[in-house]
Design a protein around this ligand. Structure first.
Ligand code: UD1
Length: 427
């Protein structure tokens, strides 16, 4: 298995191009199921999760073609066409590898009247149930059964009537499933306490391009008037705000400066505010954001929360950075239980982090030391890369397939700003 070797201590400086957002791409791709016309998505990141989703779409009879980009370019263009849906089953083998597969439930149900999707099963960052996905679709008139590890959803003859649902907790994925299904429903759907993440807005914008009728985009109360047909579109995936935030942390921990080319500051307010509070210089400009560490890092208190709060997907990376801050920081994870699996690994690198329930206290240290470490999930892996960049000596990161799910050409981007990082093949 491949490993990543980092020899820490280099100050990072330069430009990093920000790729298309993984989490956005994973909800835009299933929109192809909503129409028999072609959907072309530009700026898709080259990631293992995107390849898995393409494979999943092929299972339903959707044709996919990648065009228009050379291997050395960032981003890809994919055209998907679901002229006819030949299967409505999402098998266990694919769903277990990629939780986002659950996002085919809504569109398959709306277009084909039925969907059978494997339950995703446990996940490294907590239980991650899908009850809200099922409840909102039920509220829209779907009939849901669970048997033999699969969810089977069906719509009444003539399609989903639509309905009103108030989410008890904010769920990005369940809001996405509901939006896709509601766009092709017979009647009107009202979603209350819906997620407001920028990726949700990206999805709504694509659906509107395809002919959907949606009110309240970007707010927590969304009204969708179903339309009988959606049509094809060409759409560019938004930049990855989490990738951008991750590289800001990477540069900052080395005392460096970085130009996050293509990042949109207005979609990363909470992360940028946290960085400013830590004493970093943050300068948004028209086509990106510059971040520089000109002073010692200050300790801070941070809570993750649904957007516009601080993204849970930034918690691990910010924690790595806070390991080198002056004083004690307190981080509280409010979205997922069990999302501190990077803590023992960071501590093995010389960090002082204590976890009590949802709260982690990070005592800043003067030095981190390289060590062999094990990645447990995507963002946890990135936090270990960040720590490794500032650590004395060599860090060897194992199980890097997690990183390949979410960071396009990680080593290349970091090498270009001065990091000593390489991928080596294992036995
Ligand atoms: C998405 C993102 C993920 C991010 C998360 C929160 C994608 C592919 N993934 O995940 O990177 O960390 O949003 O910003 O976009 N919940 C339930 N029942 C449900 C669904 C969710 O109880 O049916 C709970 C979850 O356990 C969690 C909270 O709701 O505590 C938020 O989860 P949710 O927003 O749904 O996360 P995902 O959409 O899975």
């Amino acid at each position: 298995m491949d490993r990543i070797i980092i020899r820490g201590g280099n100050r990072l400086s330069g430009r990093i191009p920000i790729s298309g957002a993984k989490n956005s791409a994973l909800t835009l791709i299933p929109c192809a199921l909503l129409t028999d016309e072609p959907l072309t998505l530009r700026n898709l990141p080259r990631l293992a999760d995107i390849d898995s989703f393409q494979h999943l779409m092929n299972q339903f009879g959707v044709s996919t073609a990648i065009a228009g980009s050379r291997p050395e370019d960032f981003g890809r263009v994919m055209t998907l066409q679901a002229t006819r849906i030949t299967s409505t089953v999402a098998p266990y083998d694919i769903v277990r590898k990629m939780r986002a597969s659950i996002l085919v439930l809504g569109p398959l149900l709306a277009r084909a009247g039925e969907a059978t999707v494997s339950l995703p099963g446990g996940c490294a960052i907590g239980n991650r149930p899908i009850d809200l996905h099922l409840k909102v679709l039920e509220a829209m008139g779907a009939d849901i059964e669970i048997a033999a590890g699969y969810v089977r959803a069906s719509a009444p003859d003539g399609g989903l009537p639509g309905g009103t649902y108030s989410f008890p907790v904010v769920s990005v994925g369940a809001t996405e499933n509901a939006l896709m299904a509601a766009s092709l429903a017979q009647g009107t759907t009202i979603l209350r306490n819906a997620a407001r993440e920028p990726e949700i807005i990206d999805l709504c914008n694509l659906l509107v391009e395809m002919g959907a009728d949606i009110e309240g985009i970007g707010t927590s109360d969304i009204t969708i008037h179903g339309v009988p047909r959606l049509h094809g579109a060409t759409y560019e995936v938004m930049p990855d705000r989490i990738e951008a935030g991750s590289y800001a942390c990477a540069a900052a921990i080395t005392g460096g400066d970085v130009d996050l080319v293509g990042a949109r500051a207005n979609e990363m307010d909470a992360t940028l505010e946290a960085l400013i509070e830590m004493g970093l210089h943050v300068e948004p400009y028209k086509k990106g954001v510059k971040v520089a560490a000109n002073a010692p890092l200050k300790a801070v208190r941070l809570n993750t929360a649904p957007y516009p709060g601080l993204a849970t997907d930034m918690q691990a990376q910010l924690m790595a950075l806070l390991c080198k801050a002056d004083g004690n920081s307190v981080l509280t994870e409010t979205i997922f239980e069990n999302r501190y699996m990077h803590v023992p690994e960071l501590n093995r690198m010389g960090a002082h982090i204590d976890v009590d329930g949802h709260t982690a206290v990070v005592r800043g240290v003067d030095r981190l030391t390289g060590a062999p470490v094990m990645a447990t999930d995507l963002r946890a892996s990135m936090s270990l890369v960040i720590a490794g960049l500032a650590a004395e000596g060599q860090t060897e990161l194992n199980r890097i397939y997690h990183l390949d799910r979410g960071y396009e050409r990680l080593e290349e981007k970091l090498q270009a700003v001065g990091a000593d990082i390489e991928r080596v093949g294992g036995d």
